[in-house]
Write a protein that binds this ligand. Sequence first.
Ligand code: F6R
Length: 268
Amino acid sequence: MVEFSNGRIHFKVFRNKTLGSDYISELIKSEVESNNLYSKPTVLGLATGGSPKKVYEKLITYHITEGLSFKNVITFNLDEYYPIDSKNENSYHYYMIENLFKHIDINLANIFIPNGMLDRNDIPAHCKDFEDKIEEFGGIDLQLLGVGSNGHIGFNEPGSELSSKTRLVQLDHRTRLDTSERFGGLSNTPKYAVTMGINTILKAKKIVCMAWGASKASAISQLFSKKITGECPITFLKKHPKVELVLDEKAASLINPEFFKKESLFNK
Ligand code: F6R
């Protein structure tokens, strides 16, 4: 593993996504364990998609083999497609149940995922409730993020604003293309989603963002330009005081090697 900082952001580059995911699941485990020790709740912000699958697998293993308990854990998911039935296999509700929740001892009342089934008119109130709930629980302790090939975080697509909160958004064409295979073609792929905003994400106490594979390399390289721009929403992470970027070698492949040298990297 190689680690270095650029401005406020701390980078850890692992040889592959399994090693990177192991690192992240250990981070989450120790956050939950240390709070459990004092019967304190842990508020996690969770992501879906391909990126966190191995992290969730490992958390399930910790639960089964080491008794890691999620009874005091509250979760807020970043986003959900709209419109989509929560029973649809491609919904993020379904994903979370299948890939994590049904395997651990989390209290179902402690799970919050944006609702993709509401009438459009009811969405603003739902989004406000979602934001209020996060506040009620004292804010998110650790927010897990993936990144889209276009630089989106959550479903905050290019053009998103720093001040954005949980809301209904239109999905970028590239995002729809990236996921269209799962939906059986572009015409079946949702055009909208309900997502936490940039402002919502940046309020988390700690952020861990992961990126695996060459398709993420271009978005990651934007973190090394001086610009913070809604055209590449991941660049907003530069405004947060406690962000860690966990990458595999392919996602790190467009980071200028000169930068690595300058920062005198160390290998472990
Ligand atoms: C998912 C989410 C998205 C994904 C991103 C990467 O909850 O918020 O931002 O993290 O689209 O998706 P994968 O991991 O499938 O490459």
